[in-house]
Design a protein around this ligand. Structure first.
Ligand code: SIN
Length: 533
């Protein structure tokens, strides 16, 4: 495995302002600091880069003056910084969203459709910049990052179109002289918390339906990748979304108090979160005190099953797309690959051969197929899963080790890995790896593999390959997951419901009913009409 990290001039570090600098000086320094920092990103439109949070339409610093340093995982160099906000800023952001709600929720659905379509167009027009930004802060290769931007924009387009279709119901009444009407109304202020693995798409998947429904939002983007969120907010403002409708609180070490306030505030009516199961459970508990509606898209541990009647070429390609997308850092990545014994050796050697050709490195460079993990800390879990599996009897077909970093700093690069003969007792069979590790386990019968596949507490996605139509139905129905890929490794689209069962979460995002999670139904019974039955 070759690590391709071409030598390049060190990126300039943005100037840091110490807390001891007098406030008047900080104010004077800021515009120059922002523009010199923005040039580090190399965007065509540097004004998309924001180094401040957004409250009530104003770009603002934290009250404390503290900052969060954001680094490029491919180079370990600082890209810039954003404010370390806390409780006070969160309260202000909630207040701003609440103030903006009455007028935004009263706009016509057609108006919300039009501004969201404008935002969709702006995201397409700026796809070079938005893609580059995703690569810089997340590490995924540029082509994949631009793919994320297209995926991200598709949520805005889909929900712009859904804004005008939030139909209610007329239900025949059980009593004379009365009529039943069910209307849908926006739920109110929505708190949105998102992960770093999709710096843009996880935001639009939530902001799209929220704004389309007429809600206003407070976004807490991940500390690792805040710039994509801030750029989206800038484009939203250019699209005509009024001040206070979108607010952004950036935070890292104050995350507990920010999360608690977002969940416990009486003003916030819904929490929408994507991230780990452990954090989802915490937020669910905190939201109970105000009976908030929640959408929780939590962890997975996807089984990927190859039966002996599968098209092996297609199964190998699908395993690559499914397992190694985002260097294995997606909730729907295959985590356990089960292959039936008669095709096991063939599948394993073809997969290993394809993976050995990957080019790992800085995602901005030509020819790179796979980028780094989000940070050096993420490497630790992958290393642990590899060494645990090997100790228990697995063999390494490709990869299996951390690659050196370009500048001697702790490395975020892990060699794409294929392990075979991974026993069912290996840690990775019950823990999500979140890294570029394909773990192969042999099975004999359909019954056995379904038992193995379903033997986890989580159930987000599952995949299988078979050309037997009866088996396709049987297995699709028996897999205990929210989403099944039958003869495909890619399932994610704005037009379908995305979400899990068991401890993978609550609610569905996207699809024809995705907007309903941001609305509440109200029954109006009209009586005394004097019209008979
Ligand atoms: C996730 O990893 O949480 C989302 C993956 C996707 O939308 O495909």
């Amino acid at each position: 495995m070759k690590l391709v990290v071409p030598l390049r001039a060190s990126l300039l570090k943005g100037p840091q302002i110490s807390k001891s600098v007098p406030i008047w000086r900080v104010t004077l320094l800021q515009p120059r600091m922002a523009s010199s920092q923005a040039s580090v990103f190399g965007l065509k439109d540097p004004s998309l880069i924001k180094f401040q949070g957004l409250i009530n339409g104003k770009w603002v610093d934290s009250k404390s003056g503290e900052k969060i340093s954001v680094t490029n995982p491919a180079t370990n160099e600082e890209l810039g910084s954003v404010p370390e906000m806390g409780l006070e800023e969160t309260k202000e952001a909630i207040e701003a969203a609440s103030k903006a709600f009455p007028s935004w929720s009263k706009t016509t659905a057609k108006h919300r459709h039009d501004v969201l379509m404008k935002l969709f167009q702006l995201m397409q027009q700026h796809d070079d910049d938005l893609g580059r930004l995703i690569t810089l802060e997340n590490g995924k290769p540029l082509a994949e990052a631009k793919g994320e931007n297209a995926y991200s924009a598709s949520f805005i387009e889909w929900f712009a179109e859904e804004a005008v279709r939030t139909y209610g119901d007329h239900i025949p009444c059980a009593m004379p002289n009365t009529r039943n009407l069910v209307i849908k109304q926006p739920i109110g202020v929505v708190a949105i918390m998102t992960p770093w693995n999709f710096p843009s798409a996880m935001i639009t998947r939530k902001v799209g339906p929220a704004l389309a429904a007429g809600c206003t939002v407070v976004i807490k983007p991940p500390a690792e990748t805040p710039f994509s969120a801030l750029a989206l907010a800038e484009l939203a403002s250019r699209a005509g979304i009024p001040e206070g409708v979108i607010n952004i609180v950036t935070t890292n070490k104050n995350i507990s108090e920010v999360g608690k306030e977002l969940c416990e505030s009486k003003t916030v009516k819904k929490v929408s979160f994507t991230g780990s199961t452990a954090v989802a459970k915490l937020l669910y508990g905190m939201s109970a005190s105000t009976m908030k509606k929640v959408s929780l898209e939590a962890g997975g541990n996807a089984p990927f099953i190859v039966f002996d009647d599968a098209n092996i070429d297609e199964a190998v390609e699908a395993a690559i797309a499914c397992k190694f997308r985002g260097s294995g850092q997606t909730c729907v990545c295959a985590n356990r690959i089960y292959v039936q014994s008669s095709v096991y050796a063939d599948f394993a050697s073809r997969l290993a051969e394809r993976v050995s050709k990957f080019k790992v490195g800085n995602g901005l460079e030509e020819g790179i197929t796979h980028g780094p993990l989000i940070h050096a800390r993420a490497i630790e879990k992958v290393e642990r899963h590899v060494s645990d599996a090997v100790e228990k009897g697995a063999s390494i077909l490709v990869g299996g080790k951390t690659l050196p970093s370009p500048n001697g700093a702790p490395s975020s690069f892990f060699a794409p890995t294929v392990l075979c003969d991974v026993p069912n007792t290996a840690l990775l069979q019950t823990e999500e790896t979140f890294g570029p590790l394909a773990a192969l386990t042999k099975f004999e019968t359909e019954e056995e593999v379904l038992r193995l596949a379903n033997s986890t507490d989580v159930g987000l996605a599952g995949y299988f390959f078979s050309r037997d139509v009866g088996r396709v139905w049987r297995v699709a129905e028996k897999l205990e997951v929210g989403m099944v890929g039958a003869n495909t490794g890619l399932i994610s689209q704005a037009v379908v419901p995305f979400g899990g069962i068991k401890e993978s979460g609550l609610g569905r995002e996207g699809g024809p009913r995705g907007i309903d999670d941001y609305m509440q139904e109200k029954l109006v019974v009209f009586g005394g009409l004097g019209i008979g039955a």
